[in-house]
Design a protein around this ligand. Sequence first.
Ligand code: TXA
Ligand code: MG
Length: 319
Amino acid sequence: MNSATPLHLGPNTSDIAQAANVLGNGGLVILPTETVYGLGADASNGTAVAQVFAAKGRPNFNPLIAHVSDIEMAKTIALFDPLSEKLVEAFWPGPLSLVLPLAPNAAISELATAGLKTVALRMPDHPVVQAVLKELGKPIAAPSANISGRLSPTAADHIDPKLLSKVDAIADGGPCGVGLESTIVMIRDGNPYLLREGGVSREALEDALQITLVAETAADKPTSPGQLLAHYAPKTKLQRNVPNKSADVIHIGFGNMPCDLNLSESGDVIEAAANLFGYLHKADRLAQKNHADTITVAPIPMCGIGRAINDRLLRAARE
Ligand code: TXA
Ligand code: MG
């Protein structure tokens, strides 16, 4: 998020290389896909992913979709079973995102998955984003390229100037063919759950799988990202807005202060967001090791992405 005027790139080879280069250096690039334009960052770079949330002004950390160039790349970050393989064969590349178990040691930032043990991924069917993915050689995390709560853009000139001022480059790939976000299917314990309707219809999914998709009302179906996020909260009790470390607790600090883990010594909310989920996991492990029954977290300013951090801490505290 360095420049007020982003680079305008097209589909030619040198522009593709430039887009991949910007992403590889931690920058943000708006990319065309067949569904809607995405606000892309290197999915393995926590700071870049934090900047995606900051640029969108998202009040919470919804997990992001990781875009992959091919099935080999997909298998470095997620575990596939026969059902997900079947869906890949039928619908990839295309507007179907699959939520699958995260592969061990997947090179993906915990902020991109919002600390979950699953990851949403899809292989987009658009030559520009495909070429950038191949050049970068790594998954790209990309939510729709709109300010939070607004419509997803389906052409480069729909993109909000406020968002444009916060990115490094935009690749113009013309209007999006599908014009509607991807369908999201979660595979859990060998069963498919439809989390979001989109570019691939329910009928097409049912045809391909020769089954009826689990009804939306099933008691165990995670119906919203909010509910999903509740799946990961530290096991240890967590208290927010605690200014100082006391004995027998694991204290997560912010700014220059005594603590066990510091989200950002310099008080930078972007750095804090990039560290958040990893540090919650670490604090949990430390608490277990040191027999501490509480994790405390220093106050985080309610500005910019700080709001999303506070939202996440509120859920983690189960207040
Ligand atoms: O077509 C699309 O899907 C576009 C283009 C850019 O690819 N992207 C998009 O991203 O719509 P976004 O962030 O606006 O929506 C992604 C949604 C999240 O809101 C969340 O509900 C879901 O994907 N999601 C991501 N990871 C998940 C996970 N691990 N479990 C459940 N849902 C997840
Ligand atoms: Mg969106």
